[in-house]
Design a protein around this ligand. Sequence first.
Ligand SMILES: C=CC1=C(C)c2cc3[nH]c(cc4nc(cc5[nH]c(cc1n2)c(C)c5CCC(=O)O)C(CCC(=O)O)=C4C)c(C)c3C=C
Ligand code: FE2
Ligand code: FE2
Length: 353
Amino acid sequence: MPDTQTNAQRPAHAAPDHPALPGERVGVLLANLGTPDGYDYWSMRRYLSEFLSDRRVIDYSPWLWQPLLQTVILTKRPFTSGAAYKSIWNEAENESPLLTITKAQTARIADAMQARFGDAVMVDYCMRYGNPSTESKVRALTEAGCRKILFFPLYPHYAGATSATANDAFFSALQKETWQPVARTVPPYFDRTDYIDALAQSIERGYAQAEQRPDILLCSYHGVPQRYLTQGDPYHCQCQKTTRLLKERLGWDDTEIMTTFQSKFGPEEWLQPYTVEEVARQAKAGKKRIAVCAPAFSADCIETLEEINEEIKESFVHAGGESFTYIPCLNDDPAHIQALSNVIEENLRGWLV
Ligand SMILES: C=CC1=C(C)c2cc3[nH]c(cc4nc(cc5[nH]c(cc1n2)c(C)c5CCC(=O)O)C(CCC(=O)O)=C4C)c(C)c3C=C
Ligand SMILES: [Fe+2]
Ligand SMILES: [Fe+2]
């Protein structure tokens, strides 16, 4: 009798202790950065400790970094970050906005895959740090009969600190599988027309809703240390190209749009200009109406809802700015879901189509 959940069957030659063989499916595993389980001190500490111990994120020698992290940074930061999370927390579901949005994206993409491929494809999500872990979801997919898994880090741009470390976690989860599934990973998608179109439409909507047309749009990307660029990480170039493609798609000139970087962490120099400083410079230069969007994030999170829409906005207003328009991330916008589904379908080629 096939199992309805996994379509599992015992082969004809089976001895009584022979494991049931699940029917074949393809798994699509969406991955985002991570989320603490709560905004209390210990939940924050656990999450930040896992995140900031990742050598793809902080590449200092662990001999130097771990004592500093465990004794200085993780005694203070869980309080300040916890307060920031508290201000944006989804109390109804008791989870971070990133988790709520990732669940919504997964449900929409699962609908699109169901319509296209029926039950042959299963869609699920995981986090690089915190829960649900990548390992637990790789296990769940293989147990449900996925003999092939397409792993999709939900970052438009490649960065060692995001896509590569997500892939690392996927590969190490595969190492633990007795019957390892066939695996593929999805490359960056920042320069696809459907993604740029979805972004452009969201900006056009944001501009149409603003009381007066903003003087300038800042495309604010999460930063990385400047050193990572000189070591060969292509993230900076992919961000610059995204702004150029957006500018071309919107039909704007160089005075109407620019690239900036946010979320600086630690004392090193990061990619510049820093958004928090640039909004103040723009206000002082007479650009009193500003719009900010965040194309590096596929979902709104602490770095957009709290940092951009609270801290960066405050810096702008403090410098004399008058109108601040935050254009939300693409989240589960239908054009975004369509673009992500197109990416998936193209990367499934040869497996199903
Ligand atoms: C979108 C791409 C991202 C890059 C590139 C990136 C690099 C990077 N981040 C840190 C340090 C922190 N990032 C934090 C949060 C955070 N970062 C991203 C994305 C990128 N990070 C997201 C989506 C989030 C939000 C997660 C959420 O649940 O909302 C944080 C934690 C928040 C805080 O305590 O302020 C830190 C710390 C480094 C050092 C880095 C590059 C080396
Ligand atoms: Fe980050
Ligand atoms: Fe560059």
